[in-house]
Design a protein around this ligand. Structure first.
Ligand code: ZN
Length: 245
């Protein structure tokens, strides 16, 4: 998930919506996608479709059963819960498993709005959320603040939005998983971590040159809470320091 987060961070730096994903087979990243809806002016170019397309390109002329067999072996890591459209596409392709960061309040198809992954139509797939959730939300918040920069009068006070508490995850909506700490479902409920503890620069290379500022971009998690005391260094041009008024 750290790698998917890094791809989303790269998207933010390129003024794209910071939602990204990777497809993983046998612990290897085989495909990367990030939202291209701004750049391509095409609202369906969601991160998942970009990643899926590149896998499908490699499976040209294969039978549908073979394609489904291949997708069964894949895990999708995506920073935001797949929307209903993507959730359905993943189902038709027979995806093995989905791991996502934050919920998608308006369009979520893996629990928030609909349960596409486990409804009665076709095969089901496993989907677990809440992994690097706060970091995924933070990227989106930074993006929406940037958007305001194009307003005639920059809305500086929006900066404060970066320091708002993060909404709790409504776990009851989602499938349960003990992915990281063996007890809760979030990476560190009650625990503490820095992003660099979870994903090493070496691992990020799969997504291109490693920008070490990535690690300074996120708040640390302390005792299961976002630690707003840490200064978040960058947000260039469109960047700002949240700890300075
Ligand atoms: Zn989507």
């Amino acid at each position: 998930m750290g790698i998917a987060l890094y791809v989303a961070y790269q998207a933010l730096m390129a003024n794209e919506t910071p939602v990204a994903c990777i497809l993983v087979k046998d612990d290897k990243v085989i495909s990367i996608g990030s939202n291209l809806t701004n750049d391509s002016l095409n609202g369906t170019r969601h991160a998942e479709f970009i990643a899926i397309d590149s896998v499908l390109d490699g499976l040209k002329d294969r039978k549908p059963e073979t394609i489904r067999e291949e997708f069964q072996k894949l895990t999708l890591y995506v920073t935001v819960e797949p929307c209903i459209m993507c959730a359905s596409a993943l189902k038709q392709l027979g995806i093995g498993k989905v791991i996502f960061g934050c919920g998608n309040d308006r369009f979520g198809g893996n629990g928030t709005v609909l349960n596409v992954h486990r409804d009665n139509i076709g095969e089901t797939y496993k989907s677990y959320g809440g992994i690097l959730r706060c970091e995924s939300i933070q990227l989106l918040r930074n993006f929406y603040i940037q958007e305001n920069d194009s307003a005639p009068i920059p809305q500086v006070k929006k900066n404060k939005d970066l320091l708002k508490p993060y909404p709790p995850m409504e776990w009851d909506l989602y499938d349960k998983v003990d992915l990281f700490d063996g007890k809760g479902r979030e990476v560190a409920p009650g625990g503490s971590y820095k992003l660099i503890d979870l994903v090493q620069p070496e691992d990020l290379k799969v997504a291109g040159d490693v920008d070490m500022e990535f690690y300074d971009y996120f708040y640390d998690i302390k005792d299961g809470e976002v630690d707003f005391n840490k200064a978040v260094k960058i947000v260039d041009g469109k960047r700002r320091r949240v700890n300075e008024e």
